[in-house]
Write a protein that binds this ligand. Structure first.
Ligand code: FES
Length: 316
């Protein structure tokens, strides 16, 4: 049913947990065991593209992963969906077959942490749900702050189901969550994990750095960058030119042109998609390259980054 990289799955169930949030339950198409996955792991689904071209590839964090019982995801309908989340919301139905990568984990809980501080925003709740289940089962010390749109607080309350004595707080908007006070009050040895809008994660990182937290104690999970201005890619080996639309990543444009390019996280974290730049100026949006590497402009992560120049020439 699968090789090392690709899983043949089938939709065992799907339900709307809130307007715009759909939970999907996936099991192995042949009924066999699925690969295990620790909390924080993600899979990449191959979804039909609206134009009938090569499939779109979207990565989703597993809310739960049981090799016998299957994987669960929660997918938000994206306002500017290129078709991936729209397909999951409007078309995907129980019994449908779907291909996915095996789970990869770039956002794991740190086993040596004295305490785990979880800060989620919006759909960034998905890894937090997996973390909370694991931390509860280990009886580990944790605190969760989830920022939600005011009309979603009740849904997040239901999903997280706080237990008596737990420090689980759901904030209606960012204003209720004072990051400096929160990060400043943590005991030594705490690790912080953040997932959600880039502005929230940047603020968590900046606040932690300003308070002297070691960078190794600060973890983030990106869901990929928002769009930007269209530009043109030129592939040095073939001379092929590819137009990158404003709502498309470079990696998606390369794949849509029928060119295989390596990728793993599709969120600027793993470094697998790194490619050298021959000409042009990248606009870096990843969290993998060092400051010096960014400044040099010698390479780029096409899964999230874009171009400041009208044309970017890549070593592909
Ligand atoms: S695929 Fe992981 S950084 Fe691009």
């Amino acid at each position: 049913m699968m090789d090392n990289q690709t899983l043949s799955l089938i939709v065992a169930g799907a339900e709307l947990v809130a307007p715009g949030l759909r939970r999907i339950h996936l099991v192995a198409a042949d009924g066999s065991r699925l690969p295990p996955a620790a909390p924080g792991a993600h899979i990449t689904l191959a979804l039909p593209s609206p134009a009938g071209a090569r499939p779109l590839r979207n990565s989703y964090t597993l809310v739960s992963a049981d090799p016998e019982g299957g994987y669960q995801l929660i997918v938000r309908r994206a306002d500017r969906s290129r078709g991936g989340s729209r397909h999951i919301h409007d078309a995907l139905a129980p019994g449908d077959a779907i291909e996915a990568t095996a789970p990869h984990n770039l956002f794991a809980l740190h086993s040596q942490a004295k305490k785990h501080l979880l800060i989620g925003g919006g759909i960034g709740i998905t890894p937090m749900l997996a973390f909370v289940a694991q931390l509860r089962s280990r009886n580990a010390r944790f605190e969760l702050h989830q920022i939600a749109a005011p009309d979603e607080t009740a849904v997040f309350e239901t999903l997280l189901a706080p237990r008596a004595g737990e420090r689980i707080h759901i904030h209606a908007g960012r204003a209720g969550c004072d990051l400096a006070a929160l990060l400043g009050a943590q005991p030594l040895g705490t690790h912080v994990y953040t997932c959600g809008p880039a502005g929230l994660m940047d603020a968590v990182e900046a606040t932690a750095a300003a308070l002297g937290w070691p960078a190794s104690h600060v973890h983030r999970e990106d869901f990929g960058a928002a769009g930007g201005e269209p530009f043109t890619l030129r592939l040095a080996a073939s001379g092929i030119e590819i137009a990158v639309a404003g709502d498309q990543t470079m990696l998606e444009a390369i794949e849509a042109a029928g060119i295989d390019a390596p990728s793993l996280c599709r969120g600027g974290a793993c470094g697998v998609c790194q490619v050298a730049v021959h000409e042009g100026t990248p606009e870096h949006r990843d969290h993998f390259l060092s400051e010096a590497e960014r400044a040099s402009g010698a390479c780029v992560m096409p899964c999230v980054s874009r171009s400041r120049s009208p044309v970017l020439v890549l070593d592909l």
